[in-house]
Design a protein around this ligand. Structure first.
Ligand SMILES: Nc1ncnc2c1ncn2[C@@H]1O[C@H](COP(=O)(O)OP(=O)(O)O)[C@@H](O)[C@H]1O
Ligand SMILES: [Mg+2]
Length: 390
């Protein structure tokens, strides 16, 4: 009888879909599963250093391929700075033992300073002013139902209904009122995240007036000059901002360039060593690998490690061996090659993780990754299981 590969392994649930900022922020998961990679840690350090420093940078633009982990990072950041003791606590625990700046460590332990009310926007083909206004209202609903908060909620809901958000000043004022209310509720301020801001840029190309993205610049400037409360502003894009503006007239392009200047760009791209570790985490064992497979893996690891510089920088021999066992049935040689294969041949600029996400159904994922595996496994010397597993 044939044994199918997907009887042995599945894909960890967090990798079976791409992250949605709003839905994933409030999702309680048993298996938190976020991995603080080198890239995550350095991005976090850059952002939090700016936040802590008086007069430091408060607005950032994360850009990178589909599936490079921008939304997952945005969720992690929002949870890390949240007042919540569940997911927030888990997010903070992940930093334990990591080499982080003591200033940031102190900041994170002082919850008065590091609790930020999240205002989460997921870009859609709608005017960005409206989306921000809706998220401000949503954030306000999370605050305690004090009388003044309820009055403010009514006021903003009226404004939303009357579509007053066409005027960016109204949106800016709403954000400011929310900031003040957040401070009263014990937060240090607000964390505004616009995930998939590119959708707003695309929308702006079709509806020049209604879709105006000038609010992004106004909000960024607002975040820089605050004193009553603090504001951190993060947007994510799949490409650099100027790629969107190629279709604009020269005047509009100059305006968009000005918006861009307000943000510090952080490139999201994981080095090969992190991709290997993430792949290993993504493959979830359903039952233990057969003994002959484990032995075969050990042999291949041993042979591979004899080759000079085969392991990418950032991965020790031990961590590579650990990843190999976790990533079975991906052949160790393929595991080493996959990050480079995807970098080179990424279809439509998608990363390996967007593949994992889109091949959610285990069977289909198995066909994709293990399709490679089939040809590799047959050359695995002494791998007796090869005929049984397809
Ligand atoms: N650091 C990480 N730890 C664990 N999973 C991650 C990490 N970064 C990304 N992922 C997973 O990779 C997939 C793609 O990430 P996502 O944030 O949706 O990418 P992007 O927003 O850049 O398109 C998701 O399934 C997500 O859960
Ligand atoms: Mg995303």
């Amino acid at each position: 009888m044939k044994t199918l590969v997907n009887e042995y392994v599945g894909v960890a649930s967090r990798f079976t879909r791409s992250v949605n900022l709003n839905a994933d922020y409030s999702r309680e998961t048993q298996d938190y599963g976020y991995i603080v990679t080198g890239n995550v840690l350095s991005s976090l350090t850059q952002i939090l250093s700016g936040l802590i420093k008086k007069g430091g940078q408060k607005s950032y633009c994360l850009f990178g391929l589909y599936g490079s982990g921008k939304s997952a990072f945005a969720v992690y950041l929002a949870q890390l700075l949240s007042m919540d003791n569940g997911q927030g606590q888990k997010a903070r625990e992940l930093l334990r033992g990591k080499a982080i700046d003591p200033k940031i460590e102190n900041f994170l332990t002082d919850r008065n300073k590091s609790s930020y009310l999240p205002v989460l926007v997921t870009g859609r083909r709608r005017p960005i002013n409206q989306l921000v206004m809706e998220s401000v209202i949503e954030a306000l609903r999370q605050l305690p139902g004090r009388k003044d908060n309820l009055e403010l909620l009514n006021e903003l809901e009226e404004q939303l209904k009357a579509e007053l958000w066409h005027d960016s000043q109204i949106v800016l004022q709403a954000m400011d009122k929310l900031g003040i209310a957040s401070k009263k509720a014990g937060f240090a301020g607000v964390l505004l995240i616009v995930d998939e801001a590119g959708k707003s840029f695309e929308y702006a190309l079709s509806d020049r007036e209604g879709g105006d993205v000038f609010i992004l610049q106004e909000l960024a400037e607002h975040a820089e000059r605050l004193s009553k409360y603090s504001m951190l502003f993060v947007i994510t894009l799949h490409q650099q901002m100027d790629s969107y503006s190629e279709l604009l007239s020269r005047t509009n392009r100059a305006e968009w360039a000005k918006i861009q200047e307000r943000f510090v760009n952080i490139r999201f791209a994981e080095p090969a060593s992190s991709t290997i570790q993430m792949l290993a985490e993504a493959i979830k064992p359903l039952k233990s690998a057969p003994k002959d497979v484990k032995q075969a893996l050990e042999r291949v690891i041993k042979n591979l490690l004899k080759m000079e510089s085969i392991i990418p920088p950032g991965l020790t021999h031990e961590s590579f061996a650990k990843s190999v066992h976790k990533a079975w049935p991906i052949h160790p040689t393929l595991l080493l090659a996959l990050p480079y294969i995807f970098k080179r041949f990424a279809q439509n600029e998608r990363s390996i993780f967007s593949y994992l996400a889109s091949y959610g159904v285990t069977g289909r994922l198995a066909k994709m990754i293990f399709g490679f595996f089939e040809c590799y496994v047959l050359v695995l010397d002494g791998f007796n299981g090869a005929e049984r597993i397809e």
